[in-house]
Design a protein around this ligand. Structure first.
Ligand code: ZN
Length: 92
């Protein structure tokens, strides 16, 4: 199943600040919610521009990880105990 690391790594690669064009550091990305297959992601670039993104998990994970309902439920469960701080789960 897709894990948070993969999803956030993908977000970090593909999203950039729409105001100043900067890419985000892991610590600047916050997950705000998961609704159905849609992730709500809040970012703040180092210039302080706050942006909300919505992205579907289907697109984030591409075809190499076909999603099943169980995967979504597992992800949702892990998000329930998640405070939105990726730095704490990003340790190698
Ligand atoms: Zn910015």
């Amino acid at each position: 199943m897709p894990n948070l690391h993969e999803i956030i790594a993908q977000i970090q690669r593909e999203l950039y600040c729409p105001v100043c064009g900067k890419n985000y550091e892991i610590g600047e990305i916050r997950l705000r919610g998961l609704f159905d297959h849609t992730l709500i992601v809040q970012t703040m670039c180092d210039s302080g521009h706050v942006t909300l993104f919505m992205t579907t998990i289907k697109n984030v994970t591409r075809e190499k990880h076909p999603l099943k309902t169980d995967d979504i439920l597992d992800l949702q469960k892990s998000l329930e105990n998640f405070n939105g701080d990726f730095q704490t789960i990003w340790k190698p």
